[in-house]
Design a protein around this ligand. Structure first.
Ligand SMILES: Cc1cc2nc3c(=O)[nH]c(=O)nc-3n(C[C@H](O)[C@H](O)[C@H](O)COP(=O)(O)OP(=O)(O)OC[C@H]3O[C@@H](n4cnc5c(N)ncnc54)[C@H](O)[C@@H]3O)c2cc1C
Length: 386
């Protein structure tokens, strides 16, 4: 077993770190406080220019053609600096990946170069609905066959950066009589389709830079070429893509947790109480030791899931284990880091309260912690034959 990174993985990690520190970090507070859309779009543009909007996409379509390990390392660096930018990068990579893996040649060459180059600032992933969150197979959004294509009606909620997306991957029911999860198909809908509208951004607790919108489909007409993958086989595509996306979300959560604990660790060396640096107190040293140990374990689980995916091996259980562990460890790290800083941790003057708010959603989106445990347990139990 070789734990060292390849030259390419190291280069990608270093490049992400450099951009995160020089471009994203200085604007993160402004994005959080003011939700500055032009600054956010500029972040996305810089990332596209540096190959981070198609990390796993073939060079033929303008992608970086790197592996999932590189993607995970990059997302952690971006998450350290700006979680809002990192989540949009993660979702956009997911959209590109689903097009590359199940799209036909015409769809790949039409959309992938625009996503990878930043021509489209982002991609939208439209699965969740008001009545279909943890259980997306309960979706109501439907696509009816027309003479020369499809008509989509319905609404998707909580869609990351829908305002900035050039193309949406949309799941809709195409066979109302099929059993649950069977009659669902996947479509590619362009943002300028007159039947698609994006509602105003939701107000939320954290990750303020990345908008979260409802996307409404009202007699949204598309030609036959919009169908992505096989008819009525779309739910399987969603399940597969979500597993990959979980590596992205877990990795960016790890970045937030590391940023929080690194900040607090430095603070404990500076802050004096009882005539000495508070880092001298063993109680605080153990908090640091436990937090860094857990984040290291999170990193290893993430890299293992990424490695399995890169080898073409089953990785669903590993991705769920990595997601649940890293997002919960990141939240715990933010809580501990804030505690280590005492009252200062609670003030907006320091970044700790932003890290804590930004980390909170990571145990919810891309499948909640409870759903990850459902997936892990289901697979564990299925391994035992009766
Ligand atoms: C900021 C943000 C960005 C998002 N971005 C996107 C996006 O880009 N695209 C997209 O499609 N979706 C997106 N989502 C949606 C997100 O994936 C869902 O919110 C998430 O999957 C949970 O669904 P829900 O909110 O409907 O919660 P619910 O499903 O209503 O869950 C409520 C509670 O019940 C628990 N629960 C549900 N079922 C079970 C079960 N079987 N066993 C145990 N516990 C269970 C859950 O874990 C949770 O604690 C986003 C959400 C947010 C808030």
């Amino acid at each position: 077993m070789n734990f060292s990174l390849s030259e390419e993985q190291t280069l990608i990690q270093q490049s992400a770190k450099r951009i995160a520190e020089s471009e994203l970090a200085p604007l993160a507070e402004k994005l959080d406080q003011q939700g500055d859309r032009s600054a956010f779009l500029n972040n996305l543009k810089i990332l596209a220019e540096n190959g981070f909007m198609g990390v796993n996409i073939s060079e033929q379509y303008g992608g970086t053609n790197a592996d999932t390990v590189s993607f995970s390392l990059a997302l952690t660096e971006l998450g350290r600096a700006c979680a809002s930018t990192a989540v949009t990068t993660s979702v956009t990579n997911m959209v590109a990946e689903v097009i590359q893996s199940v799209g036909n040649e015409a769809q790949r060459s039409r959309y992938l170069p625009k996503i990878c180059s930043g021509d489209y600032a982002a991609g939208g992933f439209c699965l969740t609905e008001s009545g279909a969150g943890s259980d997306p197979s309960a979706m109501r959004c439907s696509a009816e066959k027309t003479n020369d294509g499809w008509e989509i009606n319905g609404a998707k909620q909580y869609i990351t950066s829908a305002e900035f997306a050039g193309v949406f991957v949309v799941w809709a029911v195409t066979d109302k009589n099929a059993s649950k999860g069977k009659g669902i198909s996947c479509f590619l809908v362009e943002a300028n389709n007159p039947g698609l509208s994006v509602s105003k951004a939701e107000k939320k607790m954290g990750q303020h830079g990345s908008t979260t919108n409802e996307v409404v489909f009202d007699k949204c007409l598309m030609n036959d070429a919009a169908l992505l993958g096989e008819l009525n086989k779309g739910f399987k595509i969603a399940v597969g893509e979500l597993a990959g996306g979980r590596i992205g979300v877990g990795s960016l959560a790890l970045g937030i947790g590391l940023a929080a604990i690194d900040y607090a660790r430095a603070y404990t060396k500076e802050r004096q109480q009882f005539g000495q640096a508070i880092s001298n107190f063993q109680g605080l040293q153990w908090m640091l030791a436990d937090t860094y140990t857990e984040l290291e374990a999170a990193k290893l689980l993430l890299l293992q899931a990424a490695y399995l995916k890169d080898q073409g091996l089953p990785f669903g259980k590993a991705a769920s284990m990595a997601k649940v562990f890293s997002t919960e460890a990141a939240n715990k790290a933010c809580y501990t880091a804030l505690q280590l800083m005492g009252g200062a941790g609670y003030l907006s003057e320091y970044p700790l309260e932003r890290y804590a708010r930004d980390a909170r959603i990571t145990t919810i989106y891309e499948g909640t912690s409870e759903i990850q445990r459902v997936i892990i347990a289901r697979e564990l139990l299925s391994e035992i034959s009766n």
